[in-house]
Design a binder for this molecule. Structure first.
Ligand code: MN
Length: 243
């Protein structure tokens, strides 16, 4: 099995080395990732300048760095390697749950594979000051890959891995809370600048990705590419019959 591994934190992130190491148990691994961090770039692709695909080495594995976005990396990686069977993205330094799935470059790398009809998984874990213990996460990464491979109909799976998980839950995307808000500050020259910031949420929907990680469970969320609101579509068609 050919497994392409990417991320949005950059090719030298410890998370991608950890993911590639587990992936190597399942098949032949090639790492293709951004040369610098591309977090929160979502599904951007580079269309106004050329891209470069440069050989490097990650923990003895074949690797390439790309001067582009996570989606660019998967596009170039699958272009350079015939019949990729599986794309894994991560392990991101920080959860990708709720509305962050929209912003996430980690999920976008997996989504780019899904666009190409290649099964893909995105992996994210909390970013802690002391550093993430990837050895502890490895068994959960391994079992998530096994679960995914046993479900041939599944194309895109978002996996979030809390520290010291006590189990695994199938979840839905949490949508009740958006943590991105803008905070104004001042730079040394007296100019006003702005940061996006996050604040803890108060209410968590049971059965959601956020609920799972906050309760110590690995969260597995199957994602789809079709954004159509089926309920509204049906209602709109009923209300305004085509003329
Ligand atoms: Mn990231």
């Amino acid at each position: 099995m050919r497994i392409l591994v990417s991320n949005d934190d950059g090719v030298f992130s410890p998370g991608i080395a950890a993911l590639a190491k587990v992936a190597a148990e399942f098949g032949q691994v090639r790492v293709v990732a951004p040369d610098v961090e591309q977090s929160a770039m979502g599904h951007a692709i580079t269309v106004r300048r050329p891209l470069h695909y440069t050989r490097t080495i990650i923990d003895g594995l074949e690797a390439y760095r790309v001067d582009g976005t996570p989606a660019d990396c998967v596009a170039l990686g699958t272009h350079h390697w015939d019949s990729v069977d599986l794309v894994l993205s991560g392990i991101n330094l920080g959860y990708n749950i709720g509305h962050n799935i929209w912003h996430s470059g980690t999920v976008a790398a997996a989504k780019q594979a899904a666009f190409l009809r290649i099964p893909a998984m995105a992996f994210s874990a909390p970013h802690t000051d002391g550093g993430t213990d990837y050895e502890k996460l490895a068994p959960f990464v391994r079992s998530a890959i096994e679960t995914f491979l046993a479900l041939p109909d599944m194309l895109l799976l978002n996996v979030n891995l809390p520290e010291n998980a006590k189990g695994v839950r199938w979840t839905r995307q949490s949508v009740r809370h958006y943590e991105g808000y803008v905070v104004a500050g001042e730079d040394p020259m007296g100019r006003t600048h702005y940061w996006f910031a996050e604040e803890p949420t108060e209410e968590v929907e049971e059965g959601s990705d956020r609920w799972a990680v906050e309760n110590g469970y690995v969260s597995l969320t199957p994602l789809r590419l079709d954004l159509t609101d089926e309920t509204l579509l049906a209602r709109s068609r009923a209300a305004v019959p085509k003329g």
